[in-house]
Design a protein around this ligand. Structure first.
Ligand code: 5GP
Length: 201
């Protein structure tokens, strides 16, 4: 009786804490993997090729698009980002749950191509806290921060497209909520029914 893993798509405004949340989940669960995307953006200090992203140039990226190697891809803040299709599907097939931490455009593509995925929108407790977080982490140049903040309202209008919303105030609470979502999804009648049918019960 084989049940594919759950494909968990996490989106939300920059600074909502999606990355921290995803890392906390994978550190606590050996059966959950974080998909590593390909990107054309520059490596940031502290990031590692093959761990944070696969850093490739635009030509290589577009070649992979032509070859259909991405489950989804999008242009985010003037750079390309894409999810390697085969790695994700292989992990799901091995009954491993996979997290995609991707933007909304990419999530909407996954919704079309892999409708069984579970969509979670992560929000900060307030816009003020979001601004503080983006400025405090001091990761992007000032004009980049402005760009990201302007995107937030547009991004929030997509909440209704997602199955769940997690408010990331305290990280531990957010992790608990994510764990509840995963547990609930595993108990869904559709998921369980498939496995009974396969067993011939
Ligand atoms: P950053 O450059 O800060 O790491 O990521 C910028 C944005 O790109 C984030 O919203 C992140 O979720 C999104 N992103 C990262 N990887 C992918 C991907 O493979 N596909 C899509 N569509 N978005 C991605």
């Amino acid at each position: 009786m084989k049940k594919p893993g759950i494909l968990l798509v996490i989106s939300g405004p920059s600074g909502a804490g999606k990355g921290t949340l995803a890392k906390a989940l994978i550190s606590r669960h050996s059966n959950i993997e974080l998909s590593i995307s390909a990107t054309t953006r520059d490596v940031r200090p502290g990031e590692k090729a093959g761990e944070t992203y696969y850093y490739i140039n635009k030509e290589e990226f577009l070649e992979k698009v032509t070859q259909g190697l991405f489950l989804e891809y999008a242009t985010v803040y003037d750079n390309y980002y894409g999810t390697p299709r085969d790695k994700v599907l292989e992990a799901l097939d091995k009954e491993v749950d996979v997290i995609l931490e991707i933007d909304i455009q990419g999530a909407m593509q996954v919704k079309k191509n892999y409708p069984d995925a579970v969509f979670v929108f992560v929000v900060p407790p307030s816009l003020e806290i979001l601004k503080e977080r983006i400025i405090c982490r001091d990761r992007e140049p000032l004009e980049e921060i402005e760009k990201r903040l302007q995107e937030v309202k547009k991004e929030l209008s997509y909440i209704g497209e997602y199955d769940y919303v997690v408010v990331n105030d305290e990280i531990q609470d957010a992790v608990d909520q994510m764990e509840c979502i995963i547990k609930a999804e595993k108990c869904k009648s559709t998921r369980r029914f498939i496995s009974f049918e396969e067993k011939g019960e």
